[in-house]
Write a protein that binds this ligand. Structure first.
Ligand code: URA
Length: 242
């Protein structure tokens, strides 16, 4: 594996930064300073250090993105820009894909990973991983609407599973779903004769949107967030077996 790819995938720097760090003598392989970022290493057996600290190789990469308006949650699209295009070149080449879809005009928390089995576990409806959204609607929502939304509404022949609605005021609130049907929240709003005018995902399972990220910005998940996500994947599977 290339040295720069190894360090990028460890979540420590971008490819351009790795080149600079190598030139500056900050990177060692098996105790020897390596100034060429394009050199090859053996990820499991070689010991790579950055500023004297060991770089641990990661099999999978996890990225949090604050999705802006106008981008589709896909790896490829003939018509619109994809969320993958918001990542630097080196991260576009490591098989990342969006973990669950958001509509083109929905904003907020998007997780991207190349850990297919984990994404599959987190998205399987039977595993009930919570996703929380901040919404605004066109018309005031009544208490009766909240009760209907929470207990389940018919969205074109499918009755939605119980969910949680917390109103901030009569037009703004949070909705927490454990499932993800196509256009679900928009269709739920229509089922109570309303219309979504703003939708933003704020949590996905144990992960919350980092509010310091501007729209279109991304960062790697921290080791704690990665662990929480992987643990949620494990508990999802165990829970589903009960
Ligand atoms: N529900 C929707 O209607 N749109 C989304 O993007 C997510 C949930």
């Amino acid at each position: 594996m290339r040295l720069d790819k190894f360090i990028v995938e460890a979540g420590l720097a971008t490819r351009t930064e790795v080149a600079r760090l190598c030139k500056a003598g900050a990177v060692c392989v098996n105790g020897v300073v390596v100034r060429r970022a394009s050199g090859h290493i053996e990820p499991v057996t070689d010991k790579v250090t950055l500023h004297g600290r060991e770089v641990i190789w990661r099999e999978f990469t996890y990225v949090m993105l604050n999705k802006p308006d106008g981008y589709v949650s896909a790896t490829d699209d003939g018509k619109f820009p994809t969320v993958i295009e918001l990542l630097p070149d080196e991260l576009q080449k490591i098989g990342l894909f969006p973990c669950g879809r958001l509509d083109k005009n929905t904003l907020g928390l998007m997780l991207l990973t190349n850990n297919g089995p984990l994404a599959h576990k987190l998205l399987a409806p039977k595993n009930h991983v919570d996703k929380k959204y901040r919404f605004t609607v066109k018309f005031p929502i009544s208490d009766a609407d909240v009760t209907d939304l929470e207990s389940g509404v018919d969205i074109g022949g499918y009755v939605t599973a119980p969910c949680k609605v917390e109103m901030i005021d009569e037009k703004n609130g949070y909705i927490t779903l454990t499932e993800g049907k196509y256009h679900q929240i928009k269709l739920m709003a229509e089922a109570v004769h309303n219309q979504i005018t703003h939708l933003e995902r704020v949590t996905f399972g144990p992960i919350s949107l980092d509010t310091s990220l501007e729209r279109g910005e991304w960062r790697f998940l921290t080791p704690e967030e990665e662990k929480a996500l992987e643990d949620r994947g494990v508990s999802a599977v165990l829970g589903a077996k009960e």
